[in-house]
Design a protein around this ligand. Structure first.
Ligand SMILES: Nc1ncnc2c1ncn2[C@@H]1O[C@H](COP(=O)(O)OP(=O)(O)OP(=O)(O)O)[C@@H](O)[C@H]1O
Length: 812
């Protein structure tokens, strides 16, 4: 705390800033209110201001320039309106708490020091010369996050500016009243952070702008790496830093990068809702948010029933449920690998010489163009042309073939039949459609011109004659063409969509002969259980289903054949929970967004999917993706979410991981062993009630699987009323309250208290599930309780007993 004098001065300054803000807001108010109407009004009067005269060439030119001028004026006015509105909104945002930090900085070579107050937006006084508040993203404000008092420097476009920071202060301001002022010698004082972290969990993630830590600031402001990898312990602020980074990039590159040019891949749709308020809170628009599954479903969802990653993980967790389990698991790992990616590339090369599979183009049960003919045509092209380019050539050839087949088709009896069966209404409809097209475009159909020449102005004909539907023979011919054209339209569409390639057959063929596959796989060889992997994959394909691990390779093969699909608009790609994506998926994302810089945030300690990617070790495929020179790796080891006791307890499950708890104290985790399920449910409900009484209102009962969630939900609701919410993968919004949720859906989010429903050795015993258990436990901010009706999971057996409390055997 500061002394009374300083406090007084700060309070007075705060009042002055608040006054200036209010004055500026009310100054802008009349301009801003009704801005929308004004802009609409200008648009409405647009044509009144323009004299349209096109009689002569000069008049036409004059009209043209007058429109251009009017247009330029309109867009300038709209731009300045927009800017004023932005300014107005940012001042509104500042009003309740204009700043949160201050540094005093004396630049080398100058005698006086400048006071720099830092807030969520900049605010200058009337003359616009001196800043009363600096936006946290300005270069000078970076010192607030990077330095303790003493020597300090910051980067500007003109070079580095060094000097001395003589003071660093933090504020808590509510309703323009000072609540707290701390002078701090640490980077960002512990006191404020203690207070922030001690608060309850929310259904929405919060901005950390006032307490960003130095290493987080490095992530936020990195502007040079093509690939930025953040390996950070559970609760180390990866997601928080990522969102601040988005806000920073939007600020720094304002006018060059828009929010929709930044994409965040999230672990599940519920997570989207969880993080959706941070950017608006910082005065920025939200970036685009999606999940990898949504992307896959967009491209493959109509052709297949796609397995999602949650079904895949459920499968992985239930070895007893299926035969061929080992093979499937081996397949999951293999299909996620760079080896498989390479095998597919070799396969595409091989297809350049042989083995292509096509689908005949059929019409009315006749094969118009056979697969065999396509194959002959395809392999007649120069073999040095790339596969996808040859496919494009074939596509053009098919469209030409189809055009000549379309002409021939008019002779077929079915066309005449169809014409005969057109009732008067359909006839009239077809005719008027024809008329409309002729009127609209000069060359709608290739025959329009010819028709117009022969029959003159159709409009005149329609008006002048009584019986306009009494066509002559040639008119009938036109309708015949139209009929065939309509019927051939879907065929053309299919060709344009490359449906003449049998991609399913080609993917399946890859899992055909082992000897052939070995040549594709090269020295990497085939994985264990290859025969069974092949059988499972083909069987699934036959049922028009696709395993999650097959979806990305399938899309990749499709693109090797059809040409790469790229998005060149996106400039920044963020992947959260990055450990859950496979090396294959990363290679795919890199191809998909060739102009985007990537920021991948994850924790290998929470890698719960079989396809996990190691983010940070020397052999990481992620580092290889853009090469070491273009990659920056940042490690976060400080964990902010949980109390020291919870971090000490959870980190003991992952020996070897460097995790440093933030020094916030709380109760030790509590282990309770009960006699049976009913007793456990009773005990859990008692504990939930006790936690609620302590003021915790975000409580999660975390289970291993969806089935266990249902079982827990039933057991708990059978015991009494109490509002519980069952979370499934379909749940879209994240709300406060008491939830029952499978661990893999709780990824990335946090709760005041976490209750592990079943921490028995029966449920968690395999090494592969250790990280899932760890992930579940690390969701807790303040309280962690674990239950079992049998032996404890082996992950806990080695845990030092001093790290937890043990409950009674039976509830009292
Ligand atoms: N600098 C900070 N100031 C205040 N709070 C912070 C800071 N860094 C992190 N936190 C808080 O710590 C908690 C965990 O942060 P976040 O969810 O971003 O971590 P994470 O690394 O993404 O976690 P996980 O990998 O476990 O999902 C959040 O409540 C966040 O607000």
């Amino acid at each position: 705390m500061v002394n009374a004098n300083d406090w007084q001065q700060e309070q007075e300054r705060l009042e002055r800033v608040e006054e200036s803000l209010r004055a500026a807001i009310s100054g802008l108010e009349p301009e801003v209110t009704g801005l929308h109407e004004q802009a609409a009004d200008i648009r409405k009067r647009f044509w009144e201001e323009v004299t349209v005269n096109t009689s002569t060439h000069e008049d036409f030119e004059e009209t043209f320039y007058s429109i251009r001028q009017q247009e330029a004026m309109l867009s300038e006015r709209e731009r300045s309106h927009r800017l004023r509105l932005q300014r107005y909104r940012s001042m509104q945002r500042l009003l309740p708490s204009p700043y949160f930090g201050r540094i005093d900085f004396r630049e080398d070579g100058f005698s006086g020091s400048e006071q720099i107050y830092i807030g969520v937006a900049s605010f200058a006084d009337d003359d616009g010369m001196s800043f009363l508040v600096y936006d946290w993203r300005t270069p000078i404000a970076s010192m607030y996050y990077d330095y303790s008092p003493g020597a300090a420097a910051y980067e500007t476009p003109g070079g580095s500016i060094a000097g001395e920071m003589t003071l660093k202060r933090q504020y808590q301001i509510r309703g323009a009243q000072l609540h707290n002022v701390f002078d701090t010698s640490l980077t960002i004082g512990d006191e404020l952070l203690q207070q922030v972290l001690g608060k309850g969990a929310d259904s929405q993630m919060k901005s950390i702008v006032a307490t960003i830590q130095k290493e987080q600031n490095t992530i936020i402001r990195d502007d040079t790496s093509r690939m930025l990898i953040v390996q950070g312990a559970a609760g180390s602020g990866k997601t928080s830093a990522a969102l601040q980074r988005v806000a920073y990039l939007l600020y720094k590159h304002r006018g060059r990068i828009r929010a929709d040019q930044i994409v965040l891949f999230s672990p599940n749709p519920m997570f989207n809702s969880y993080v959706s308020t941070v950017l608006p809170e910082l005065g920025e628009e939200n970036m685009q948010q999606t999940t990898f599954q949504e992307y896959l479903a967009h491209w493959l969802g109509s052709a297949f029933r796609l397995e999602d990653p949650f079904e895949q993980i459920e499968y992985a967790m239930n070895p007893a449920s299926a035969s061929g389990y080992e093979a499937r698991m081996s397949g999951m790992r293999y299909k996620a690998s760079e080896d498989f990616l390479q095998a597919l590339q070799h396969y595409a090369l091989w297809l350049g010489n042989e083995g292509m599979l096509f689908r005949s183009i059929s019409f009315r049960d006749r094969e118009l163009i056979t697969a065999e003919k396509m194959k002959l045509q395809f392999y007649s092209y120069d073999r040095s042309i790339r596969l996808a380019n040859r496919v494009a050539l074939l596509q053009e050839w098919l469209l030409r073939e189809l055009a000549s087949l379309e002409l021939k088709e008019q002779e077929e009896p079915w066309v005449q039949d169809e014409l005969d069966y057109l009732d008067n209404e359909q006839y009239a409809e077809a005719y008027s459609a024809l008329l409309k097209k002729v009127q609209r475009e000069t060359v709608v159909f290739d025959f329009t011109q010819e028709y117009v020449e022969q029959y003159g102005d159709l409009r005149g004909q329609e008006q002048g004659e009584e019986n306009v539907f009494d066509f002559g023979l040639q008119q009938e011919e036109l309708l015949q063409r139209m009929i065939v054209k309509e019927h051939f339209k879907p065929l053309k569409r299919e060709i344009k969509r490359f449906m003449f390639i049998d991609v399913i057959g080609l993917y399946s063929q890859l899992f055909g002969e082992e000897a052939a596959y070995r040549t594709m796989a090269d020295e990497a060889g085939v994985p264990d259980h290859w025969t069974e992997i092949c059988r499972q994959t083909k069987e699934k394909l036959e049922r028009s289903e696709l395993f999650y691990e097959d979806a990305t390779p399938f899309l990749y093969l499709k693109e090797l054949l059809e040409g790469v699909r790229t998005n060149t608009v996106v400039r920044h790609l963020f992947v959260d929970e990055g450990q859950d994506y496979s090396p294959f998926q990363y290679a795919y994302l890199k191809r998909l967004f060739p102009r985007a810089r990537m920021t991948v945030l994850g924790d290998f300690g929470q890698a719960i999917f079989p396809q996990a990617t190691n983010l940070h070790e020397a052999d990481s495929s992620l580092i290889r993706l853009h090469g070491e020179e273009d990659t920056r790796l940042i490690r976060l080891v400080r964990s902010y979410r949980s109390t020291r006791e919870i971090v000490e307890f959870t980190k003991s499950m992952l020996p070897g991981e460097e995790i440093v708890p933030f020094d916030r104290l709380g109760s030790k985790p509590f282990l309770t062993q009960t006699g049976g399920s009913a007793a456990r449910a009773e005990r859990i409900l008692e504990d939930v009630a006790a936690l609620q009484a302590e003021g915790y209102d975000s409580i999660a009962i975390i289970t291993k699987t969806a089935a266990e969630s249902c079982e827990a939900y039933e057991a708990l609701t059978a015991q009494g009323p109490g509002a519980l919410r069952l979370i499934t993968k379909e749940t879209l919004t994240f709300e406060k309250g008491t939830l029952v949720i499978p661990a893999y859906l709780a990824k990335g989010v946090e709760f005041d208290a976490v209750l592990i429903y079943d921490a028995s050795s029966q449920t968690y015993h395999r090494e592969s599930e250790r990280k899932l258990f760890y992930t579940a436990c690390t969701r807790a901010m303040h309280r962690l309780m674990l239950y079992t009706t049998a032996d404890w999971t082996p992950y806990l057996q080695a845990t030092d007993a001093s790290l937890y409390e043990v409950g009674s055997l039976e509830p009292s």
